[in-house]
Design a protein around this ligand. Structure first.
Ligand code: HEM
Length: 430
């Protein structure tokens, strides 16, 4: 399982079906791949579940007590308070910031390159965008250091998950992790402290200002440490996933020139060379479908956080005792030939109006139920703007002789080797 989690779960699904019971002492684990039962689990039984305690305890070393790692009433109160800042209407106000940041980054790309490290470039771009949405400041000189720290913290978490407890970070061999955590904390603290010096009426309209509003409305519920923790979660959850998705999307379009051409034509016709506004985004239908299809084949979170039942749970005809652990491998649902014909083919038209219906629960790249991704609208808005601007300037193609990248689980689903693509300027390619 640790060598190839998704491959192993896929084999078991083939052999045993949509409900597989594993005995991993001392746990009883159940892998669920039936769309209706997955929804019953995440939606109807939401109140009887918490996220896997060990996973959350590892995450909380960096995320503190943010909404991502909280449970029960603490989670409900945080989620309720944060929701307005992430609503569809609210994230529209970020479109100009996203477009400006992406245009700046894309201007620094070469016009033409046969072996452009696009994954690296998209990861820095996604980091720039989340930092600008949070703090209205550029990432600046911190970028390389922060990227390294994110990587170190992620790798440490990946290895600690599988142990029942963590050694204290003070241990000598944990120096790199200690420094990485300090780097990230300092990054957030610096922005937070700088903002506190600005008078409330002079603060820019960004995520930090919205979080500080919670602090001034109710300082007992939202101490500055809570604001800090939410900034950390938005920073980490908000760029890794977007970067991974845009990377896979760029691969899908490079290897499917026809779909790329259609999406690029749509962008050109609608935008005529200008940056997209929030009103344009729903009109970029073909572009949206390419993003949805990329997230079907390569969901950035291919397995949801495992859930533990805090009381007995009924799913369909099955009854599970309290303490059962549930695993939901989203990627297996997304690649199931019962719901998606020729599942390995990249076909954006699956998401076109009139395409065959897919059962609810068979497609959930952003999760489902009350713990669905908090940043879902922000993520879709950001990715559509970045994708449109990218296609306005560049044509993507696969470097000669390059094989399809193998997806590996590395915090998010990433290509096994950093993805490089060929980029060419739009004009000369047509
Ligand atoms: C393509 C980009 C993204 C993907 C694929 C993604 C995916 C997900 C998924 C699958 C979950 C649910 C996990 C579970 O149920 O176990 C989740 C939760 C979450 N995501 Fe995202 N996410 C993305 C972008 C973002 C962004 C941009 C932000 C914030 C700025 C964000 C913040 C969060 C938070 C805070 C949670 C936890 C919500 C809770 O526990 O109530 N995500 N995300």
């Amino acid at each position: 399982m640790s060598r190839d989690l998704l491959g192993t779960l896929g084999d078991w699904q083939q052999r045993y079906g949509d409900m597989v019971h594993l005995r991993i002492w001392p746990e009883h684990q159940v892998v669920v791949t039936d769309p209706a039962l997955v929804r019953e689990l995440l939606v109807a039984n939401h109140g009887s579940l918490i996220r896997w305690e060990r996973g959350m305890s590892v995450f909380s070393q960096v995320h503190g007590h943010s909404v991502l790692v909280s449970e029960g009433a603490a989670w409900r109160d945080k989620r309720h308070a944060l929701q307005p800042a992430f609503s569809p209407k609210s994230v529209q106000s970020f479109v100009p910031t996203i477009a400006e940041t992406a245009e700046q980054a894309l201007r620094s790309w070469p016009r033409s390159d046969t072996d452009w490290p696009i994954e690296h470039a998209l990861t820095s771009l996604a980091m720039d965008v989340i930092v600008r949405m949070l703090f209205s400041r550029p990432m600046g000189d911190d970028a390389a250091l922060a990227a390294q720290a994110v990587h170190t913290v992620g790798a440490a978490a990946d290895s600690e998950f599988y142990w029942p407890a963590s050694w204290p970070d003070a241990m000598p061999w944990k120096r790199a992790k200690r420094r990485a955590k300090a780097t990230l904390r300092t990054l957030i603290d610096r922005h937070l402290q700088a903002r506190l010096k600005v008078a409330p009426e002079a603060r820019p309209d960004d995520l930090l200002t919205r979080l500080l509003q919670l602090h001034s409305d109710d300082p007992a519920a939202w101490p500055l440490q809570a604001v800090h923790d939410e900034c950390m979660t938005a920073f980490l959850a908000g760029h890794e996933t977007v970067a991974a998705t845009l990377t896979w999307w760029s691969w899908c379009l490079a290897s499917n020139p026809e779909a790329q051409r259609e999406a690029a034509d749509e962008v050109r016709q609608l935008l005529q060379g200008r940056a997209p506004t929030s009103q344009d985004l729903p009109e970029l239908r073909m572009l949206n479908r390419t993003l949805q299809e990329a997230m079907r084949l390569y969901p950035a979170a291919p397995v949801l956080f495992s859930r533990r039942a805090t009381r007995p749970v009924t799913l369909g005809a099955w009854q599970f005792p309290a303490r059962t652990m549930f695993m939901v491998p989203v990627q297996l649902l997304h690649r199931d030939a019962r719901w998606f014909e020729e599942p390995m083919a990249f076909r954006p038209e699956r998401f076109a109006p009139g395409a065959p219906e897919v059962p609810r629960g068979a497609y959930m790249p952003l999760g489902a139920g009350p713990r669905v991704c908090l940043g879902q609208h922000l993520a879709m808005t950001e990715m559509t703007v970045v994708a449109a601007l990218l296609l306005q300037r560049h044509v993507l193609s696969v470097p000669e002789g390059q094989q399809a990248p193998r997806p590996v689980l590395n915090v998010t689903l990433r290509p096994d080797k950093a993805l490089h693509l060929r980029v060419a300027p739009v004009a000369s390619a047509h």
